[in-house]
Ligand binder design. Structure first.
Ligand code: AMP
Ligand code: MG
Length: 345
């Protein structure tokens, strides 16, 4: 179902849409005389919104929804059609080339981040109840048992066959699936001839080109300490901005907050003072994997990691004192009402 955003009779009026979705605000206006279409649907376990401009925009939106649903069926951990579900149930499976490529990227990220990003964390995230909603704080002994089964070196990938070295292993692509989907949906929208579009996957934003008038899309990063406020604005052009934050999914027990991003060293929610990491680059899958990984690493390691890979991505890091740090490569496209510190190379 598409909502027509702008018609001929609205020529010369700039429309500013304020969409608050999960963790990022999108602030955008479309240029005079450009027709735009927008759609919103539920897929990949989140609300997805796509707005596209230009002649083939309506066609692009239906293709975008179809592509999201295809990826949802392929990658979710509970869909009957899901290849990942089949692998987790059987411990070994022949997978499509697409799933193998995603798993290989996840394994590359595991080694690149020194294990901070680890798709074999699934049994631990499951024990905490983040999939079922039946939340539970595991005992140390339970976590140390489960940690024996994690680590990507225990995944065997031979051609199109993936198998687990240990019987109780399972994988979860939740840390990169939305980023991958944003890459594929952007590709779909572009292949329809659209040059200007903005999409949000539960707050993770992919900007195709710029706004219809050629200016950059304005995307706001949520303040992790206040879900009705934002910490700053990024101006994007052909870029993704993906945020990992402890405020996005959590439960509280006995006054303690437990969130969904697990430190693979401890099996517990990462607890290092960082409250949100936004990655900006031109690849959704990379941005998604790295946002999770840098959140786990904590500030010092994340900065060291960025200095080693500053040609690949940039980041906005916020901590529990509401301090904002922005890497040098995006200092000119980031603005905030608060003071922020630039991290130099
Ligand atoms: P994100 O919101 O992209 O940071 O991803 C968080 C999701 O990824 C969680 O809901 C889990 O499904 C999964 N996950 C949690 N911790 C990790 C980790 N250390 N490495 C990879 N995936 C993780
Ligand atoms: Mg992620």
């Amino acid at each position: 179902m598409y909502n027509y955003l702008k018609g001929e009779n609205q020529l010369k009026r700039v429309v500013v849409f304020l969409i608050i979705i999960s963790n990022i605000l999108l602030l955008f206006g479309c240029g005079a005389g450009t027709s735009g279409y927008s759609t919103e649907f539920f897929s990949m376990d989140t609300v997805i919104t796509v707005s596209a401009y230009g002649k083939k925009a309506d066609e692009a939106l239906s293709a975008a929804e179809k592509e999201s649903n295809r990826l949802n069926d392929l990658l979710s951990v509970n869909g009957p059609e899901s290849e990942i579900n089949r692998l987790n149930a059987d411990g070994s499976a022949v997978l499509s080339e697409e799933s193998i490529n995603i798993i290989n990227t996840a394994v590359d990220l595991y080694y690149m981040t020194d294990g901070a990003f680890d798709i074999t964390i699934y049994p631990i995230v499951d024990l905490w109840g983040f999939y079922t909603g039946e939340h539970y704080v595991p005992k140390d002994s339970e976590l140390s048992e489960l940690l024996k089964n994690t680590g990507c070196e225990k995944l065997v990938i031979e051609g199109s066959v993936v198998s687990f070295e240990l019987p109780d292993m399972a994988i979860d692509l939740g840390g990169i699936a939305k980023g991958y989907a944003s890459d594929k949906v952007a590709e779909t929208v572009r292949s329809c001839g659209v040059k200007s579009a903005i999409m949000s996957f539960g707050g993770n934003v992919y900007a195709v080109g710029g706004r219809p008038d050629g200016s950059r899309w304005r995307v706001a990063i949520q303040d992790p300490a206040d879900n009705s406020a934002y910490a700053g604005i990024l101006e994007l052009y052909d870029q993704v901005a993906i945020t990992s934050g402890g405020y996005q999914r959590f439960f509280e027990q006995d006054g303690v907050r437990y969130h969904h991003i697990i430190d693979p060293d401890t099996g517990r929610p990462a607890d290092n003072g960082v409250t949100s990491v936004t990655i900006v680059c031109d690849s959704g899958i990379l941005a998604d994997g790295l946002s999770t990984a840098l959140f786990v690493m904590g500030y010092d390691k994340a900065v060291e990691f960025w200095r080693e890979h500053s040609d690949m991505f940039d980041a906005v890091i916020i901590n529990d004192r509401s301090e904002i740090f922005v890497t040098e490569g995006i200092k000119d496209i980031f603005s905030s009402d608060s003071a922020f510190e630039v991290i130099s190379r």
